[in-house]
Design a protein around this ligand. Sequence first.
Ligand SMILES: *Cc1c(COP(=O)(O)O)cnc(C)c1O
Length: 355
Amino acid sequence: MKEYKSYFRSVVDAMAGYAPGEQPKMLDLVKLNTNENPFPPSPAVLGALETFDGAMLRRYPDPMADSLCAAIAEVNNVSRNMVIAGNGSDDILTMTFRAFTAPDKPVAIMEPTYSLYPVLASMQEAPVIKIALQEDKNFAMPCDVLEQAAGANLLIITRPNAPTGNTFPKEDIRKIASEFDGIVFIDEAYADFAEDNCMDLVHDFANVIVSRTSSKSLALAGLRFGYAVANPVIIEGLNKLKDSYNMDMITQKLAEAAIRDQEYLQTTLAKVKALRADLAVELEKLNFKLIPSQANFIFAAPPDNDGAKAFKFLREHAVIVRYFPGEVTGKYLRITVGTAVQNKRLTDVLKELYK
Ligand SMILES: *Cc1c(COP(=O)(O)O)cnc(C)c1O
């Protein structure tokens, strides 16, 4: 056999690739590690699945996902040409990095934040400017974000941020959008759980993209649906860069059913937010240090600041949360808000460790 030599671009050989949260096969685990919704998706989604005509699958889906995008536009009060749908918001991010980053077009991101961004940057061979959030101020943005991001072509603001769960003042985002010379991409994966969002900025600023996902608030991580809203010129450009049939037929139909059922969404959000408040109280009783959360997870440091130890102990007791090694993040656990029963299992195990 011919000896193997690498034909990969050197950047691909060098990169580590994205490490997704663990998706274990055992169903009896208390799974609080990837911010899924503990409640099922809208019954309208299951209804749409039942009436789906499987024979239609021989055909290609609508490449522009028009009916779905019309629903997205309606729900967000924007015009149809300001919307693009993606196979998860990760797909939206991929298009965005293809569009706006290159070896001479850096991206600026916060630190810590969603670990997919640097992976997408390395595929583009784009430099990454990391802007440290202030741990001693509950991970607030530093006031010189604009100075630090100068020279970047794309600035990503994750709001609320992951894994820290905090948000940033909207007035600051507005100022950044007006002064930054590049694209400001606001990743609103968790915005439904927050007090406010930045969707209206797309009307005031031609350089703002807001992205959303169905994976968390709409309880559809398994379906793979996300979208972006921005001014029509940006959407037109992103459309050139997407995979030609990025939205399969089943996803288009089910995602539309989900997004049209805003009433169910609001009911689920209220439940998750109430559970988040209860979980925060229980963790505080255990002397955890909590970052105030506007997401469906809580970033919290155990009393001994040893995230790794707590993670391991929980895992041995069939509770999985997310742990990010690192000088700052290693002190914390990122805990997805689960059902009352799941949250109690978590705090019961933690009580054993810190009694
Ligand atoms: C979960 C998450 C996403 C990706 O969501 P998908 O739609 O499942 O691809 C994007 N950004 C952040 C910050 C997330 O936490």
